[in-house]
Design a protein around this ligand. Structure first.
Ligand SMILES: [Mn+2]
Length: 348
């Protein structure tokens, strides 16, 4: 059939995956949901949707994350369902949990304290609690007992939509809004290369269900802290160019975050701007983590895939959005990364 007649989303989930998740849910009573440190809209939205799905199946559900919900996404969780994990406070919950759903995560380390606690339990009694990972990051390694990973999905939220549809459980307005936000933010408002027919069709379903897309857009994109915009102004005044102006790089130091009183999770999206410059193909943001570690965030406009480059530093991600941590002070990290990137750029 011609592509211009597409009128329904594609469900790429395998029947055995749906059956397996169904069985895990039916055979257990207590569930823990968690996601990566510094959660984004996809992480938070996916957790909330799965929470409502499990609740509708009369399950006990806890959401415990290493990091708090960023201010920006608090509107999705008016009942404060998502808690910051505290070992002492949550030890009883963890002891009773039978299944952990790990969402939007392809690397166990990024669960941080929650992952460490789960690992400890599983060392004590192997295989308990069971783990199920649902994610869309391209990853070679399996992280859970059962991994459902679809790199072609725009977001983890998209996969959860397909799963809930397969279970024939209707969406309430809260879970529909949560998943709409997941897809909206992970596709950069339907602009990034992971935006597909499917992501649009699914987002459309949510709007048909009554999701207030205008309201969500305002919540997510038009409530920026003024300090973030000022930081952005400073960044844009301090861009550095390489490779015939095709590569742009810039730095966010700890001192800058302190000066503007911003948390690392409050500066999401600033890397969008430098790559908008005409002619720029690759942008690199260096973020100082501590005096001996620097995070690099790479974005590509599509001509040069950069996940291979991130992998040389032990990182990874998507072809056009990836990152790594370089165990070096920021000045040394810049020197090494930029000199290697020059070679990489001309070879790719
Ligand atoms: Mn995601």
């Amino acid at each position: 059939m011609a592509k211009n007649h597409i009128n329904n989303y594609e469900n790429y989930l395998q029947p055995f995956e749906i059956a397996c998740v169904r069985e895990v849910i039916e055979q257990n009573q207590r569930f823990l949901l968690s996601t990566h440190i510094h959660p984004d809209g996809d992480a938070i939205g996916s957790e909330l949707c799965l929470y409502h799905l499990l609740k509708s199946m009369n399950k006990q559900v806890f959401i415990l994350n290493h990091s708090p919900v960023p201010e920006l996404y608090r509107f999705l969780d008016p009942d404060d369902l998502i808690k910051v994990f505290e070992e002492q406070k949550h030890v009883d919950i963890l002891d009773q949990v039978e299944v952990c759903f790990l969402l939007d995560i392809g690397d166990w380390e990024r669960l941080d304290s929650v992952g460490k606690a789960i690992s400890r339990l599983r060392r004590r009694s192997p295989g308990k609690p069971q783990t199920v990972c649902i994610d869309h990051h391209p990853s070679e390694k399996q992280i859970a007992d059962f991994d459902i990973t679809y790199p072609q999905a725009s977001s983890t939220g998209e996969i959860l939509f397909l799963l809930q549809k397969a279970f024939s459980v209707p969406f309430n307005l809260q879970s529909a809004s949560a998943l709409y936000t997941a897809i909206l933010t992970d596709t950069g408002s339907f602009r990034f290369s992971n935006t597909t027919v499917n992501s649009h069709l699914i987002a459309g379903r949510f709007i048909a269900l009554g999701v207030n897309h205008k309201d969500i857009y305002q919540q997510v994109y038009e409530k920026e802290p003024f300090a973030k915009i000022k930081l952005l102004a400073e960044l844009l005044n301090n861009l550095h160019f390489e490779c015939d102006q095709k590569v742009v790089w810039y730095v966010i130091s700890k001192e800058m975050l302190q000066r503007y009183q911003l948390e690392p999770d409050e500066i999401e999206g600033v890397s969008d701007f430098p790559r908008r410059i005409d002619g720029v193909q690759v942008s690199v943001l260096f973020t100082e983590i501590d005096p001996s570690a620097t995070k690099i965030s790479l974005r590509s406009t599509g001509k040069v895939p950069i996940n291979g480059f991130a992998q040389t530093f032990g990182g990874g991600g998507h072809p056009y959005a990836s990152g790594a941590v370089v165990e070096k002070p920021v000045r040394q990290a810049i020197e090494q990364v930029i000199s290697l990137l020059r070679t990489y750029y001309y070879q790719n």
